[in-house]
Design a protein around this ligand. Structure first.
Ligand code: SAH
Ligand code: SF4
Ligand code: F3S
Length: 453
Protein backbone atom coordinates (compact mmCIF):
# COMPACT_ATOMS: atom_id res chain seq x y z
CA UNK A 1 0.00 0.00 0.00
CA UNK A 2 0.96 3.67 -0.31
CA UNK A 3 0.79 5.87 2.79
CA UNK A 4 -2.31 7.44 1.28
CA UNK A 5 -4.33 4.25 0.87
CA UNK A 6 -7.09 3.72 3.41
CA UNK A 7 -5.57 1.51 6.12
CA UNK A 8 -7.08 -1.92 6.75
CA UNK A 9 -5.03 -2.89 9.80
CA UNK A 10 -3.54 -1.00 12.74
CA UNK A 11 -1.16 -1.38 15.64
CA UNK A 12 -1.11 0.90 18.71
CA UNK A 13 2.16 0.85 20.65
CA UNK A 14 1.78 2.41 24.10
CA UNK A 15 4.65 3.54 26.34
CA UNK A 16 4.62 5.11 29.81
CA UNK A 17 1.92 4.98 32.43
CA UNK A 18 -1.35 3.05 32.68
CA UNK A 19 -3.27 6.08 31.47
CA UNK A 20 -1.46 5.70 28.18
CA UNK A 21 -2.45 2.02 28.16
CA UNK A 22 -6.08 3.08 28.66
CA UNK A 23 -5.81 5.70 25.88
CA UNK A 24 -4.15 3.14 23.60
CA UNK A 25 -7.01 0.68 24.12
CA UNK A 26 -9.54 3.40 23.38
CA UNK A 27 -7.75 4.44 20.19
CA UNK A 28 -7.86 0.80 19.14
CA UNK A 29 -11.61 0.65 19.75
CA UNK A 30 -12.07 3.85 17.76
CA UNK A 31 -10.13 2.49 14.79
CA UNK A 32 -12.01 -0.81 14.95
CA UNK A 33 -15.30 1.10 14.89
CA UNK A 34 -14.06 2.55 11.58
CA UNK A 35 -13.53 -0.96 10.23
CA UNK A 36 -9.75 -1.02 10.70
CA UNK A 37 -8.71 -4.36 12.22
CA UNK A 38 -5.87 -5.10 14.65
CA UNK A 39 -2.77 -6.29 12.76
CA UNK A 40 -1.40 -9.68 13.71
CA UNK A 41 2.24 -8.58 13.65
CA UNK A 42 3.84 -5.13 13.82
CA UNK A 43 5.10 -5.47 10.23
CA UNK A 44 1.58 -6.19 8.91
CA UNK A 45 0.07 -2.92 10.12
CA UNK A 46 -1.04 -0.33 7.54
CA UNK A 47 -1.33 2.23 10.35
CA UNK A 48 0.98 2.44 13.38
CA UNK A 49 0.12 4.68 16.33
CA UNK A 50 3.07 5.46 18.61
CA UNK A 51 1.45 6.38 21.92
CA UNK A 52 4.40 8.08 23.57
CA UNK A 53 5.62 9.03 27.06
CA UNK A 54 7.68 12.13 27.86
CA UNK A 55 8.43 11.56 31.54
CA UNK A 56 12.15 10.83 31.32
CA UNK A 57 15.06 11.50 28.97
CA UNK A 58 15.44 10.38 25.37
CA UNK A 59 11.67 10.31 24.89
CA UNK A 60 11.80 12.42 21.72
CA UNK A 61 14.85 10.64 20.26
CA UNK A 62 13.03 7.37 20.79
CA UNK A 63 10.11 8.60 18.69
CA UNK A 64 12.42 9.42 15.76
CA UNK A 65 14.15 6.06 15.96
CA UNK A 66 10.82 4.21 16.23
CA UNK A 67 9.54 6.10 13.18
CA UNK A 68 12.71 5.15 11.29
CA UNK A 69 12.27 1.49 12.24
CA UNK A 70 8.61 1.42 11.12
CA UNK A 71 9.52 3.03 7.79
CA UNK A 72 12.32 0.53 7.23
CA UNK A 73 10.11 -2.47 8.08
CA UNK A 74 7.52 -1.03 5.69
CA UNK A 75 10.08 -0.73 2.88
CA UNK A 76 11.10 -4.35 3.40
CA UNK A 77 7.45 -5.39 3.20
CA UNK A 78 6.96 -3.19 0.12
CA UNK A 79 4.66 -0.62 1.68
CA UNK A 80 4.57 2.78 3.35
CA UNK A 81 2.56 2.53 6.56
CA UNK A 82 0.69 5.52 7.90
CA UNK A 83 2.31 6.73 11.14
CA UNK A 84 0.56 8.66 13.92
CA UNK A 85 2.38 10.02 16.97
CA UNK A 86 0.08 10.27 19.99
CA UNK A 87 0.57 10.70 23.75
CA UNK A 88 2.72 13.06 25.80
CA UNK A 89 5.62 13.57 23.35
CA UNK A 90 3.03 14.48 20.68
CA UNK A 91 1.61 17.11 23.02
CA UNK A 92 5.01 18.55 23.95
CA UNK A 93 6.91 18.30 20.65
CA UNK A 94 4.23 17.87 18.02
CA UNK A 95 5.25 20.71 15.69
CA UNK A 96 8.90 19.74 15.79
CA UNK A 97 8.02 16.12 14.97
CA UNK A 98 5.96 17.25 11.97
CA UNK A 99 8.93 19.27 10.71
CA UNK A 100 11.61 16.67 11.28
CA UNK A 101 9.76 13.44 10.38
CA UNK A 102 8.02 13.68 7.01
CA UNK A 103 6.86 10.06 7.36
CA UNK A 104 4.64 11.03 10.29
CA UNK A 105 1.19 11.85 8.95
CA UNK A 106 -0.61 12.63 12.19
CA UNK A 107 0.28 14.15 15.56
CA UNK A 108 -2.45 13.87 18.17
CA UNK A 109 -2.34 14.89 21.86
CA UNK A 110 -3.76 12.91 24.79
CA UNK A 111 -6.91 15.07 25.01
CA UNK A 112 -7.65 15.08 21.28
CA UNK A 113 -7.44 11.46 20.16
CA UNK A 114 -11.20 11.11 19.75
CA UNK A 115 -10.56 12.94 16.45
CA UNK A 116 -8.03 10.35 15.25
CA UNK A 117 -10.60 8.77 12.91
CA UNK A 118 -11.03 12.02 10.93
CA UNK A 119 -7.27 12.49 10.84
CA UNK A 120 -6.86 9.02 9.32
CA UNK A 121 -9.44 9.92 6.63
CA UNK A 122 -7.52 13.09 5.83
CA UNK A 123 -4.21 11.20 5.79
CA UNK A 124 -5.77 8.88 3.21
CA UNK A 125 -6.26 12.00 1.07
CA UNK A 126 -2.61 12.90 1.53
CA UNK A 127 -3.16 15.58 4.16
CA UNK A 128 -0.93 15.68 7.28
CA UNK A 129 -2.55 16.99 10.46
CA UNK A 130 -1.76 17.98 14.04
CA UNK A 131 -4.29 18.19 16.88
CA UNK A 132 -3.02 19.06 20.34
CA UNK A 133 -6.10 20.89 21.64
CA UNK A 134 -7.18 20.20 25.19
CA UNK A 135 -10.98 20.30 25.18
CA UNK A 136 -12.11 19.24 28.66
CA UNK A 137 -13.69 15.77 28.81
CA UNK A 138 -14.72 15.98 25.13
CA UNK A 139 -13.04 12.78 24.03
CA UNK A 140 -14.88 10.53 26.48
CA UNK A 141 -18.29 11.55 25.15
CA UNK A 142 -17.23 10.96 21.55
CA UNK A 143 -15.44 7.63 21.84
CA UNK A 144 -17.27 4.42 20.98
CA UNK A 145 -18.52 2.41 23.97
CA UNK A 146 -16.07 0.19 25.74
CA UNK A 147 -15.13 -3.31 24.77
CA UNK A 148 -12.95 -5.52 26.96
CA UNK A 149 -11.86 -9.11 26.68
CA UNK A 150 -9.93 -9.20 29.90
CA UNK A 151 -10.97 -9.91 33.50
CA UNK A 152 -9.00 -6.81 34.53
CA UNK A 153 -9.78 -3.38 33.09
CA UNK A 154 -8.52 0.18 33.41
CA UNK A 155 -10.92 3.08 33.78
CA UNK A 156 -9.56 6.63 33.56
CA UNK A 157 -11.56 8.77 36.00
CA UNK A 158 -9.34 11.82 36.33
CA UNK A 159 -6.76 13.46 34.10
CA UNK A 160 -4.14 16.12 34.33
CA UNK A 161 -2.20 17.64 37.17
CA UNK A 162 -2.13 21.01 38.95
CA UNK A 163 0.71 20.14 41.32
CA UNK A 164 3.66 21.33 39.23
CA UNK A 165 6.38 19.33 40.94
CA UNK A 166 9.48 21.14 39.71
CA UNK A 167 10.91 18.10 37.86
CA UNK A 168 7.77 16.93 36.07
CA UNK A 169 6.33 17.41 32.56
CA UNK A 170 2.88 15.97 33.24
CA UNK A 171 1.10 19.27 34.02
CA UNK A 172 2.29 20.50 30.60
CA UNK A 173 1.53 17.38 28.58
CA UNK A 174 -1.78 16.40 30.18
CA UNK A 175 -3.09 19.81 31.18
CA UNK A 176 -5.04 20.89 34.26
CA UNK A 177 -6.80 18.48 36.63
CA UNK A 178 -10.23 17.43 35.44
CA UNK A 179 -12.64 14.81 36.74
CA UNK A 180 -14.98 12.78 34.54
CA UNK A 181 -18.63 12.90 35.63
CA UNK A 182 -19.82 10.38 38.24
CA UNK A 183 -22.70 8.82 36.29
CA UNK A 184 -20.62 8.46 33.11
CA UNK A 185 -18.01 6.55 35.13
CA UNK A 186 -20.50 4.28 36.87
CA UNK A 187 -22.00 3.51 33.44
CA UNK A 188 -18.59 2.76 31.92
CA UNK A 189 -17.74 0.52 34.89
CA UNK A 190 -21.05 -1.30 34.44
CA UNK A 191 -20.31 -1.91 30.75
CA UNK A 192 -16.87 -3.27 31.61
CA UNK A 193 -18.36 -5.63 34.19
CA UNK A 194 -21.10 -6.73 31.78
CA UNK A 195 -18.31 -7.68 29.35
CA UNK A 196 -16.54 -9.78 31.96
CA UNK A 197 -14.25 -7.48 33.92
CA UNK A 198 -13.95 -8.66 37.51
CA UNK A 199 -11.33 -6.14 38.57
CA UNK A 200 -11.30 -2.45 37.67
CA UNK A 201 -8.39 -0.10 38.30
CA UNK A 202 -9.44 3.54 38.48
CA UNK A 203 -6.79 5.72 36.87
CA UNK A 204 -5.68 9.32 37.11
CA UNK A 205 -2.44 11.28 37.18
CA UNK A 206 -3.80 12.36 40.58
CA UNK A 207 -6.64 9.92 40.92
CA UNK A 208 -7.52 10.88 44.47
CA UNK A 209 -8.10 14.47 43.35
CA UNK A 210 -11.22 13.12 41.59
CA UNK A 211 -14.40 14.93 42.68
CA UNK A 212 -17.92 15.02 41.36
CA UNK A 213 -21.62 14.90 42.11
CA UNK A 214 -23.58 11.69 42.37
CA UNK A 215 -26.95 11.08 40.69
CA UNK A 216 -28.81 12.95 43.46
CA UNK A 217 -26.48 15.92 43.47
CA UNK A 218 -24.34 15.05 46.52
CA UNK A 219 -20.67 16.01 46.36
CA UNK A 220 -18.45 12.92 46.22
CA UNK A 221 -14.72 12.22 46.40
CA UNK A 222 -12.87 9.18 45.12
CA UNK A 223 -14.11 7.13 48.10
CA UNK A 224 -17.73 7.85 47.10
CA UNK A 225 -17.00 6.77 43.54
CA UNK A 226 -15.31 3.58 44.76
CA UNK A 227 -18.28 2.77 46.98
CA UNK A 228 -20.71 3.31 44.11
CA UNK A 229 -18.75 1.11 41.69
CA UNK A 230 -18.38 -1.55 44.41
CA UNK A 231 -22.15 -1.99 44.30
CA UNK A 232 -21.90 -3.66 40.86
CA UNK A 233 -22.60 -7.28 41.88
CA UNK A 234 -20.22 -9.13 39.55
CA UNK A 235 -17.31 -6.80 40.18
CA UNK A 236 -14.98 -8.32 42.75
CA UNK A 237 -11.98 -6.04 42.98
CA UNK A 238 -11.26 -2.32 42.79
CA UNK A 239 -7.85 -0.66 42.72
CA UNK A 240 -6.76 2.91 41.99
CA UNK A 241 -3.56 4.66 40.92
CA UNK A 242 -1.75 7.08 41.20
CA UNK A 243 -2.62 9.08 44.26
CA UNK A 244 -0.95 12.12 45.77
CA UNK A 245 -0.40 12.49 49.53
CA UNK A 246 -2.00 15.95 49.57
CA UNK A 247 -5.35 14.80 48.17
CA UNK A 248 -5.75 11.87 50.57
CA UNK A 249 -8.99 12.44 52.50
CA UNK A 250 -10.17 10.80 55.74
CA UNK A 251 -13.01 9.32 53.69
CA UNK A 252 -10.54 7.50 51.45
CA UNK A 253 -8.63 6.22 54.49
CA UNK A 254 -11.92 4.90 55.96
CA UNK A 255 -12.86 3.36 52.61
CA UNK A 256 -9.74 1.16 52.84
CA UNK A 257 -11.02 -0.18 56.17
CA UNK A 258 -14.66 -0.59 55.16
CA UNK A 259 -14.99 -1.45 51.47
CA UNK A 260 -14.17 -5.12 51.00
CA UNK A 261 -13.80 -4.87 47.22
CA UNK A 262 -11.13 -2.19 47.55
CA UNK A 263 -7.91 -4.22 47.45
CA UNK A 264 -5.31 -3.84 50.22
CA UNK A 265 -2.74 -2.09 48.07
CA UNK A 266 -1.70 1.55 47.92
CA UNK A 267 0.73 3.17 45.50
CA UNK A 268 1.62 6.50 47.08
CA UNK A 269 4.72 8.18 45.60
CA UNK A 270 6.95 10.05 48.04
CA UNK A 271 9.97 10.85 45.76
CA UNK A 272 12.41 11.64 48.62
CA UNK A 273 12.83 11.25 52.37
CA UNK A 274 14.50 14.67 52.76
CA UNK A 275 12.26 17.62 53.58
CA UNK A 276 14.74 19.99 51.97
CA UNK A 277 14.56 18.08 48.68
CA UNK A 278 10.78 17.67 48.92
CA UNK A 279 10.48 21.45 49.27
CA UNK A 280 12.71 22.06 46.24
CA UNK A 281 10.57 19.54 44.35
CA UNK A 282 7.44 21.50 45.35
CA UNK A 283 5.90 18.31 46.74
CA UNK A 284 4.16 20.16 49.63
CA UNK A 285 4.31 17.18 51.98
CA UNK A 286 7.10 16.31 54.41
CA UNK A 287 8.58 12.91 55.17
CA UNK A 288 6.78 13.02 58.50
CA UNK A 289 3.36 13.96 57.09
CA UNK A 290 3.73 11.16 54.53
CA UNK A 291 4.62 8.60 57.23
CA UNK A 292 1.75 9.82 59.38
CA UNK A 293 -0.66 9.31 56.48
CA UNK A 294 0.64 5.77 55.95
CA UNK A 295 0.10 5.08 59.67
CA UNK A 296 -3.54 6.13 59.32
CA UNK A 297 -4.07 3.93 56.27
CA UNK A 298 -2.40 1.01 58.05
CA UNK A 299 -4.61 1.54 61.09
CA UNK A 300 -7.67 1.31 58.79
CA UNK A 301 -6.36 -1.69 56.83
CA UNK A 302 -3.52 -3.43 58.71
CA UNK A 303 -2.57 -5.82 55.89
CA UNK A 304 -2.22 -3.07 53.25
CA UNK A 305 0.73 -3.48 50.86
CA UNK A 306 2.52 -0.19 50.20
CA UNK A 307 4.21 1.01 47.05
CA UNK A 308 5.96 4.25 46.12
CA UNK A 309 7.97 6.20 43.56
CA UNK A 310 11.43 7.65 44.23
CA UNK A 311 13.74 10.03 42.40
CA UNK A 312 17.46 10.01 43.25
CA UNK A 313 19.85 12.79 42.30
CA UNK A 314 17.42 15.70 42.23
CA UNK A 315 19.51 18.92 41.85
CA UNK A 316 21.24 19.74 45.12
CA UNK A 317 20.56 16.35 46.75
CA UNK A 318 23.39 15.73 49.24
CA UNK A 319 24.58 12.44 50.71
CA UNK A 320 22.73 13.38 53.89
CA UNK A 321 19.50 13.97 51.92
CA UNK A 322 19.86 10.61 50.27
CA UNK A 323 20.42 8.92 53.64
CA UNK A 324 17.04 10.37 54.70
CA UNK A 325 15.46 8.58 51.74
CA UNK A 326 17.04 5.28 52.79
CA UNK A 327 15.80 5.89 56.33
CA UNK A 328 12.24 6.45 55.09
CA UNK A 329 12.42 3.24 53.05
CA UNK A 330 13.51 1.32 56.17
CA UNK A 331 10.66 2.84 58.17
CA UNK A 332 7.94 2.02 55.61
CA UNK A 333 8.93 -1.46 54.44
CA UNK A 334 7.49 -1.20 50.90
CA UNK A 335 5.96 -4.25 49.23
CA UNK A 336 7.18 -2.86 45.89
CA UNK A 337 8.37 0.47 44.48
CA UNK A 338 9.65 2.29 41.42
CA UNK A 339 12.86 4.31 41.57
CA UNK A 340 14.38 6.58 38.95
CA UNK A 341 17.43 8.73 38.33
CA UNK A 342 16.45 12.37 38.08
CA UNK A 343 16.10 13.37 34.44
CA UNK A 344 16.06 17.08 33.52
CA UNK A 345 12.97 17.79 31.44
CA UNK A 346 13.00 20.76 29.04
CA UNK A 347 10.96 23.67 30.36
CA UNK A 348 10.64 22.44 33.95
CA UNK A 349 12.05 24.62 36.79
CA UNK A 350 14.36 21.87 38.12
CA UNK A 351 16.14 21.59 34.77
CA UNK A 352 17.44 25.14 35.28
CA UNK A 353 18.52 24.64 38.91
CA UNK A 354 22.16 24.83 39.96
CA UNK A 355 24.05 21.84 41.30
CA UNK A 356 22.82 19.15 38.97
CA UNK A 357 24.12 15.83 40.31
CA UNK A 358 26.83 13.94 38.38
CA UNK A 359 25.72 10.75 36.70
CA UNK A 360 28.09 8.48 38.72
CA UNK A 361 26.64 9.78 41.98
CA UNK A 362 23.11 9.12 40.71
CA UNK A 363 24.08 5.63 39.57
CA UNK A 364 25.53 4.80 42.95
CA UNK A 365 22.52 6.15 44.85
CA UNK A 366 20.06 4.35 42.62
CA UNK A 367 21.89 1.07 43.17
CA UNK A 368 21.82 1.48 46.93
CA UNK A 369 18.15 2.48 46.93
CA UNK A 370 17.14 -0.39 44.68
CA UNK A 371 19.05 -2.87 46.84
CA UNK A 372 17.04 -1.68 49.86
CA UNK A 373 13.73 -1.77 47.95
CA UNK A 374 14.45 -5.26 46.54
CA UNK A 375 15.34 -6.50 50.00
CA UNK A 376 11.99 -5.23 51.35
CA UNK A 377 10.02 -6.61 48.40
CA UNK A 378 11.48 -10.08 48.97
CA UNK A 379 10.81 -9.80 52.71
CA UNK A 380 7.20 -8.81 52.04
CA UNK A 381 6.74 -11.77 49.68
CA UNK A 382 8.42 -14.18 52.10
CA UNK A 383 6.17 -12.98 54.91
CA UNK A 384 3.17 -13.90 52.71
CA UNK A 385 4.06 -17.61 52.72
CA UNK A 386 1.30 -19.55 54.42
CA UNK A 387 -1.32 -16.91 53.64
CA UNK A 388 -4.57 -18.04 52.01
CA UNK A 389 -5.98 -15.64 49.42
CA UNK A 390 -7.88 -15.35 46.15
CA UNK A 391 -6.03 -15.03 42.86
CA UNK A 392 -7.75 -13.57 39.83
CA UNK A 393 -6.48 -15.57 36.86
CA UNK A 394 -5.19 -13.27 34.08
CA UNK A 395 -3.30 -15.60 31.74
CA UNK A 396 -1.67 -18.95 31.11
CA UNK A 397 1.77 -19.66 32.53
CA UNK A 398 4.69 -21.15 30.60
CA UNK A 399 4.25 -24.67 32.00
CA UNK A 400 1.30 -26.83 31.05
CA UNK A 401 -1.66 -26.38 33.41
CA UNK A 402 -0.01 -23.34 34.99
CA UNK A 403 -1.93 -20.08 35.52
CA UNK A 404 -0.83 -16.56 36.41
CA UNK A 405 -2.75 -13.93 38.32
CA UNK A 406 -2.57 -11.39 41.10
CA UNK A 407 -3.03 -11.66 44.84
CA UNK A 408 -5.06 -8.95 46.64
CA UNK A 409 -1.68 -7.32 47.45
CA UNK A 410 -0.83 -7.07 43.72
CA UNK A 411 1.79 -9.82 43.86
CA UNK A 412 2.18 -12.00 40.77
CA UNK A 413 1.17 -15.54 41.68
CA UNK A 414 1.55 -18.78 39.69
CA UNK A 415 -0.12 -22.10 40.41
CA UNK A 416 -1.13 -25.31 38.63
CA UNK A 417 -4.78 -26.38 38.71
CA UNK A 418 -7.98 -26.71 36.69
CA UNK A 419 -8.82 -23.10 35.97
CA UNK A 420 -9.59 -20.57 33.24
CA UNK A 421 -8.83 -16.91 32.60
CA UNK A 422 -11.23 -14.83 34.70
CA UNK A 423 -11.58 -17.40 37.51
CA UNK A 424 -11.08 -16.32 41.09
CA UNK A 425 -9.16 -19.18 42.64
CA UNK A 426 -8.58 -19.73 46.34
CA UNK A 427 -4.92 -20.56 46.98
CA UNK A 428 -2.35 -20.90 49.70
CA UNK A 429 0.90 -19.04 49.02
CA UNK A 430 3.72 -21.57 49.40
CA UNK A 431 6.93 -20.10 47.97
CA UNK A 432 8.29 -16.61 47.41
CA UNK A 433 10.76 -14.97 45.05
CA UNK A 434 11.49 -11.26 44.64
CA UNK A 435 9.02 -10.85 41.77
CA UNK A 436 6.47 -13.62 42.14
CA UNK A 437 5.02 -16.27 44.41
CA UNK A 438 4.11 -19.89 43.94
CA UNK A 439 0.79 -21.11 45.27
CA UNK A 440 -1.24 -24.26 45.83
CA UNK A 441 -4.85 -24.05 44.66
CA UNK A 442 -7.69 -25.00 46.94
CA UNK A 443 -10.89 -24.86 44.91
CA UNK A 444 -12.29 -22.20 42.55
CA UNK A 445 -14.27 -19.82 44.77
CA UNK A 446 -16.20 -18.29 41.91
CA UNK A 447 -15.64 -19.64 38.45
CA UNK A 448 -16.04 -17.54 35.31
CA UNK A 449 -19.22 -19.41 34.37
CA UNK A 450 -21.00 -18.14 37.48
CA UNK A 451 -20.27 -14.50 36.67
CA UNK A 452 -22.69 -12.27 34.83
CA UNK A 453 -21.52 -12.72 31.25
N1 SAH B 1 1.28 11.64 39.54
C1 SAH B 1 2.18 10.76 40.13
C2 SAH B 1 3.23 10.17 39.20
C3 SAH B 1 3.56 10.80 37.90
S1 SAH B 1 4.94 10.31 36.95
C4 SAH B 1 2.79 11.45 41.33
O1 SAH B 1 2.58 12.59 41.58
O2 SAH B 1 3.53 10.86 42.05
C5 SAH B 1 5.54 8.82 37.64
C6 SAH B 1 6.84 8.95 38.35
O3 SAH B 1 7.86 9.32 37.46
C7 SAH B 1 6.87 10.02 39.42
O4 SAH B 1 6.27 9.61 40.61
C8 SAH B 1 8.35 10.25 39.57
O5 SAH B 1 8.91 9.37 40.53
C9 SAH B 1 8.92 9.93 38.20
N2 SAH B 1 9.36 11.13 37.50
C10 SAH B 1 8.60 12.16 37.08
N3 SAH B 1 9.37 13.10 36.50
C11 SAH B 1 10.64 12.65 36.57
C12 SAH B 1 11.90 13.18 36.15
N4 SAH B 1 12.00 14.38 35.57
N5 SAH B 1 13.01 12.44 36.38
C13 SAH B 1 12.93 11.23 36.98
N6 SAH B 1 11.78 10.69 37.40
C14 SAH B 1 10.65 11.40 37.20
FE1 SF4 C 1 4.08 15.11 38.09
FE2 SF4 C 1 3.96 15.96 40.58
FE3 SF4 C 1 1.79 16.02 39.05
FE4 SF4 C 1 2.75 13.69 39.91
S1 SF4 C 1 1.92 15.35 41.21
S2 SF4 C 1 2.08 14.18 37.85
S3 SF4 C 1 4.94 14.05 39.89
S4 SF4 C 1 3.64 17.23 38.77
FE1 F3S D 1 4.39 9.41 30.46
FE2 F3S D 1 2.48 11.07 29.89
FE3 F3S D 1 2.02 9.03 31.49
S1 F3S D 1 4.57 11.60 30.21
S2 F3S D 1 3.96 8.75 32.49
S3 F3S D 1 2.54 8.91 29.35
S4 F3S D 1 1.16 11.06 31.68
Amino acid sequence: MKSTDKPRTYRVKSFGCQMNVYDGERMGELLEAKGIAPAREDEDADLVVLNTCHIREKATEKVYSDVGRIEKAGRLAGKTPMIAVAGCVAQAEGEEIMKRAPGVGMVVGPQAYHRLGDMVDRAALGERSTDTDMPENAKFAELPSRGTRSPTAFLTVQEGCDKFCTYCVVPYTRGAEISRPFTELVDEAKRLVDQGAREITLLGQNVNAWSGEDAIGHAQGLDGLIRAIAKLPSLERIRYTTSHPNDFTDGLVRCHGEEEKLMPFLHLPVQSGSDRVLKAMNRSHTAESYLHLLDRVRAARPDIALSGDFIVGFPGETDADFEETLKLVDTVGYAQAFSFKYSPRPGTPAAAMDSQIPREVMDERLQRLQAALNRDQLAFNEASIGRACDVLVERKGKLSGQWLGKSPWLQSVHFTAEAAIGDMVRVELVEAGANSLGARASEPVSAQSTSSR
